[in-house]
Design a protein around this ligand. Structure first.
Ligand code: NAP
Length: 289
């Protein structure tokens, strides 16, 4: 119930209407019985500074950030976590006496389903398909896990070079090499953690896969195939990887766990991860517009 004392949380972006975050956060808030509500907050790029001043003025506790603000918000924050600085993007912000603090919970979200596996990460070379925003969190997570190498594959050499350069002097740099898509034939057989961070295979294009059948056949049955996409579940990439004997992980748990990590920061208490996951699953099964 919304009362005179109810505090605000939310997600900013442009657009935000597609976001599943309000569903999972409000389900957790209702389950915990805490006096909060989580709202979609559409904010245009040129209104970010004004929006932050307004949020401070009305005592908003914290918010998530989606496209296009994840990088642009950084100069407006008084404190940024090491993980968010390494990634170069913030997805969770909370208010402190000093101002706004930010972090990126995608790294912990990505690692959560991997923690359940009994793996020696020091003998699990990683191969990352794509070099956009989400790939940055994946690369940091892989380095934190302790993988021996991170090979990043993309379709634009210019963007790959810029991606590589952006990690100079960081703990990721010694582990990472970048390659054009054409190198996959050589790279796939030895990869043991293969992560799709491209949007190829999403619901509107569900028959597509980032890997052709010939390339999928090169995947080791000892590999873990991880797709950040969460609709459909599974993607064609994951279905074919599982047929090859690989362990398949979709993006739903990452979505749930990055949200749970954010809610924990705002509420400063444990949060009901199962309730958050169930709310997403039921929303995805029968979307209510
Ligand atoms: P992004 O910044 O736009 O990056 C997308 C990357 O995929 C770019 O490197 C892009 O290459 C590449 N790409 C796009 N289309 C391609 C194609 N047809 N063939 C080969 N490469 C292609 O997007 P993002 O924010 O990283 O998100 C990527 C995916 O991760 C989305 O599906 C998103 O929903 C998902 N995601 C999931 C979670 C989660 O919690 N599960 C979190 C974040 C993101 P170019 O730069 O050359 O275009």
């Amino acid at each position: 119930m919304i009362r005179g004392t109810t505090r605000l949380l939310g997600v900013i972006g442009d657009p935000v209407s597609h976001s599943l975050s309000p569903v999972m956060h409000n389900a957790a808030i209702a389950h915990l019985g805490v006096d909060y509500v989580y709202l979609p907050l559409p904010v245009k790029a040129d209104q970010l500074h004004t929006a932050l001043e307004g949020f401070a003025a009305i005592g908003l506790r914290g918010f998530n950030i989606t496209i296009p603000h994840k990088q642009h918000i950084m100069p407006l924050l008084t404190e940024i976590s090491e993980a968010a600085q390494a990634i170069g993007a913030v997805n969770t912000v909370w208010h402190t006496e000093a101002g706004w603090s930010g972090t990126n919970t995608d790294v912990d979200g990505f690692k959560a389903p991997l923690a359940a596996l009994d793996r020696d990460w020091s003998s699990t070379p990683a191969l990352v398909l794509g070099n956009g925003g989400a790939a940055r969190a994946v690369v940091v997570a892989c380095a934190q896990l302790g993988v021996p190498s991170i090979q990043v594959v993309g379709r634009s050499l210019d963007k790959l070079v810029a991606f590589k350069q952006s990690w100079e002097n960081s703990f990721v740099e010694p582990l990472m090499t970048v390659h054009h898509w054409d190198a996959l034939e050589q790279l796939l057989p030895s990869a043991r953690l293969i992560v799709n961070t491209t949007p190829v295979g999403m619901a509107h294009d569900a028959s597509a896969s980032p890997l052709s059948p010939d390339l999928t056949a090169l995947m080791s049955p000892e590999a873990i195939a991880y797709d950040l996409i969460y609709t459909p579940r599974p993607t064609r990439f994951l279905k074919e990887a599982a047929e090859q004997g690989a362990i398949a992980i979709d993006g739903l748990e990452m979505l749930v766990q990055q949200g749970a990590a954010a809610l924990k920061i705002w509420l400063r208490q444990d949060v009901p991860v199962d309730i958050m996951r169930d709310s997403l699953l039921s929303q995805m099964a029968s979307p209510k517009t």
